[in-house]
Design a protein around this ligand. Structure first.
Ligand SMILES: Cc1cc2nc3c(=O)[nH]c(=O)nc-3n(C[C@H](O)[C@H](O)[C@H](O)COP(=O)(O)O)c2cc1C
Length: 201
């Protein structure tokens, strides 16, 4: 399904097309496409080129692994994410490789890598839905993730499907409108909370 962003100013077509559906098709995501997604993530910028991202991946071709990762999601997310052929969790390394100092930008950089992955996915006809609703503790335990790493977000990925294939509670919101804050509410100039003249008007 298409839910193009209604923008006030022109943006890239790919960014307009990206949105977070809950209805996913059973169609297998080709391994070469998955490799392209991680290649895109790989080329994201990062503080000191630290590249503090990792991904734990599970596909429906391995149902046990898929179920294991699904079990880390909160119940409400499980209801729809079970339909996604690919699940993953992004993970941040919290300390710099060199000298072991805390990396204040680790989560930021993981987000950049994920956005690269999402833009690449959109270009390949895929959809991505990120989730905060999962248990980082359970992920860390199941996958034996060391303490200096933190699970950041769960991610469902695949080809889109008809809204009618979704469990009932999600059908209405899936077709609902998309909303965003006005640009003036977050671009300031001269002083905090003073909208920049650039974006007034
Ligand atoms: C870090 C993050 C966490 C999110 N957590 C959830 C979640 O737990 N469950 C869910 O259904 N959607 C979740 N979302 C999806 C957002 O609700 C969605 O991105 C937002 O409403 C904007 O919609 P759009 O992505 O379709 O433009 C999350 C998105 C992000 C980036």
């Amino acid at each position: 399904m298409e839910k193009l962003a209604q923008t006030d100013y022109p943006i890239l077509e790919l960014l307009k097309r990206r949105w977070s559906p809950r209805a996913f098709s059973d169609q297998v995501v080709e391994p070469e496409k998955l490799r392209s997604l991680f290649e895109a993530a790989r080329w994201a910028p990062s503080s000191s080129n630290e590249q503090p991202w990792s991904f734990v991946l599970a596909t429906k071709q391995n149902p046990e692994e898929h179920a294991r990762l699904l079990s880390c999601l909160v119940e409400k997310n499980q209801q729809w994410a079970r339909g996604a052929p690919v699940l993953m969790v992004s993970v941040a390394k919290l300390k710099f490789d060199h000298a072991g100092k805390p990396n204040r930008h680790a989560f930021h950089d993981v987000g950049l890598a994920v956005e690269n992955l999402i833009v690449q996915a959109t270009a390949l006809g895929l959809f991505v839905h990120q989730m905060a609703g999962f248990s980082p503790e359970k992920v860390a335990e199941i996958y034996r993730i060391p303490d200096e790493f933190a699970p950041v977000a769960a991610i469902a990925l695949g080809y889109g499907a008809e809204v009618k294939d979704l469990p009932e509670p999600f059908r209405e919101s899936e077709a609902g409108p998309r909303s965003r804050k006005q640009i003036q509410s977050f671009v300031f100039e001269g002083q905090w909370d003073r909208p920049s003249p650039l974006v007034i008007g």
